[in-house]
Ligand binder design. Structure first.
Ligand SMILES: N[C@@H](CCC(=O)N[C@@H](CS)C(=O)NCC(=O)O)C(=O)O
Length: 264
């Protein structure tokens, strides 16, 4: 029995959904509405100490963090395997996953979304900063977890309100794509001729960069290998299942907007 706690459109949740789709696994849907801050409620903080999605529960075992979850899924359900056989390629895979994890995607997203999406996202971080101290006071047993979350949220809030910091993050995208272009000029996928977990995480990232209008960095022959690669990723059935069908239910949006703008 696989249960996935996730939020539609969340980048880290999409990585896990891609793996579930690649392996054709059935899972139960546990939607955590980030717009109503369900992720900060004590019952979820008990499950996931950082108060983030995704969380996987497999036959009662709780696994947090998308990078850990996708490896766990590959170990438990090795057919088809998404980890290369050769040690050298496994190391390469780890390096691509780590490189992606070190890139501040959260700040990039919250700093760059425009229009109503941007307003909602940035306001949600401000609300978290006010809400967490109240939750901490009401739930003394979870004090340490809430204190760590508050520190993280404060830093997050400062970064996304600082145009210079966001511009610096945006300037890192080009060099990152250069690295991909170089690798993909030598191999079909990031770790050779077979699709791996490295490709899973970069599918979610390239898709998000595309949504944020950064695809001009690879379109029109600027990075033809990245463009070719992104096209191949989009043609996989897992892309359809995990990303194109990853829509937010109307109810989730309406209660979320009510919470963010009206406060209840
Ligand atoms: N390292 C974690 C990061 C998870 C994460 O930041 N999730 C975001 C959604 S993509 C989230 O839950 N944000 C809500 C919050 O931090 O309050 C992972 O890879 O699972």
């Amino acid at each position: 029995m696989l249960e996935l706690y996730y939020f539609p459109g969340s980048l880290c949740s999409q990585k896990v959904k891609l793996v579930l789709a690649e392996k054709n696994l059935k899972w139960s849907d546990r939607l955590i509405n980030l717009l109503t801050f369900e992720n900060l409620q004590p019952n979820y903080i008990y499950l996931n100490p950082k108060g983030v999605v995704p969380t996987l529960v497999h036959n009662g075992k709780v696994i947090c963090d998308s990078a850990t979850i996708i490896r766990y899924l590959d170990e438990q359900f090795p057919n088809p395997s998404l980890i290369p056989n050769e040690l050298v390629l496994q190391k390469r895979m780890d390096a691509w996953v780590d490189l992606q994890n070190r890139f501040p995607m959260r700040e990039l997203m919250y700093g760059n979304y425009k229009g109503i999406d941007g307003i909602v996202l940035r306001r949600s971080v401000q609300i978290k900063e006010k809400l967490i101290p109240q939750l901490m006071q009401a739930n003394p047993k979870l004090k340490e977890r809430y204190a760590a979350k508050l520190e993280d949220v404060k830093h997050w809030n400062q970064t996304i309100r600082d145009f210079k910091k966001i511009a610096d993050i945006n300037a890192q995208i080009g060099p990152l794509l250069e690295q991909l272009e170089h690798q993909l000029s030598q191999t079909k996928w990031l770790c050779g001729e077979t699709y791996s977990l490295a490709d899973v995480v970069w599918t979610a990232v390239l898709n998000r960069l595309n949504e944020l209008n950064f695809s001009y960095l690879w379109k029109d022959n600027k990075k033809s290998e990245v463009a070719r690669y992104f096209q191949c990723l989009k043609e996989r059935p897992s892309f359809q299942a995990a990303i194109q069908q990853d829509k937010m239910p109307l109810f989730t949006i309406t209660v979320g907007l009510r919470r963010i703008f009206l406060g209840f």
